[in-house]
Design a protein around this ligand. Structure first.
Ligand SMILES: N[C@@H](CCC(=O)N[C@@H](CS)C(=O)NCC(=O)O)C(=O)O
Length: 214
């Protein structure tokens, strides 16, 4: 399998699929295509019909879009979703909510691992997104988290979907309290997150439009 991703510093959707691939245990080759430079679009289109990353290529079969990749990987590794039916339904709900929502957070607090933008981007709409995400994390931890440090205990696709928010909270100095704060700390310490973070810090390309606050 090949996983086509963008810059590790900026590409939040890529991080989701990459974590899902790591959690699934499949062996995969990573193809990193730096975004928004001459030739990027052609290089991505050679793999991904949407012209966007991430895209998984399983021996010629293209699977694009982060959530579709999670579902595809979960077919061979069911533990990517919680085993319990109710927990799995909630995991899918919060993952879909992330996939289709939190527009203000995505706009004003774009993922930018290398930067320290503490205090920036906190519009009323972003505050509402932060409050909703904090409520989701607290609720999942309280109802389903007993078996481990992550939203549903063990690491699942839902954690992969919220992983970029964890890096955003670090960059923008958002510090949730209680169970949500402990979850954030556990995610930022996870070895796969640290591996991705180290690679992001080592990247040299910058995308000025994504460096929102200088
Ligand atoms: N809904 C898609 C979003 C994918 C997406 O927007 N990817 C961005 C990078 S994070 C991209 O490929 N941008 C390049 C472009 O638009 O040319 C998913 O979940 O995978």
């Amino acid at each position: 399998m090949k996983l086509i991703i963008g810059n590790k510093n900026y590409s939040s959707w890529s991080l989701r699929a990459w974590l899902a691939a790591r959690a699934s245990g499949v062996a995969f080759e990573e193809i990193r295509i730096p975004l928004f430079i001459p030739g990027s679009r052609e290089r991505i289109l050679a793999h991904s019909p949407s012209g966007k990353v991430p895209c998984l290529n399983d021996h010629g079969l293209a699977v694009w879009d982060s959530l579709a990749i999670c579902e595809y990987l979960a077919e061979r590794t069911p533990a990517l979703w919680p085993a319990d039916r109710a927990a799995r339904a909630v995991a899918r709900s919060v993952s879909a909510e992330m996939h289709s929502g939190f527009v203000a957070l995505r706009q004003h607090m774009s993922m930018n691992i290398r930067k320290d933008y503490a205090g920036k981007g906190r519009t009323p709409e972003v505050e509402a997104d932060i409050a909703r995400i904090t409520a989701i994390w607290n609720d999942c931890r309280a109802r389903f988290g007993a078996g481990g440090a992550y939203l549903f205990g063990a690491f699942t696709a839902a954690d992969a979907m919220y992983a970029p928010v964890c890096f955003r909270f670090k960059t923008y100095g958002v510090k949730p309290e209680g169970a949500a704060g402990a979850y954030l700390a556990a995610m930022l310490e996870h070895p796969w997150m640290r591996e991705w973070e180290a690679a992001a810090l080592a990247e040299t390309e910058s995308i000025p439009a994504e460096d929102l606050y200088g």
